[in-house]
Design a protein. Structure first.
Length: 40
């Protein structure tokens, strides 16, 4: 039912509406650190 495009849209809406600082609190901190580490 949910595809990757829908998930990305939902994530974008969350970021826009509640702010990135609140959105990252919804996930596992270790997962965020791993993902951000790949970008740096």
């Amino acid at each position: 039912m949910w595809d990757d495009n829908m998930r990305l849209l939902l994530m974008g809406l969350l970021i826009e509406n509640v702010g990135l600082d609140k959105v990252v609190q919804l996930g596992d901190p270790a997962a965020w650190e791993k993902a951000v580490g790949k970008l740096v």
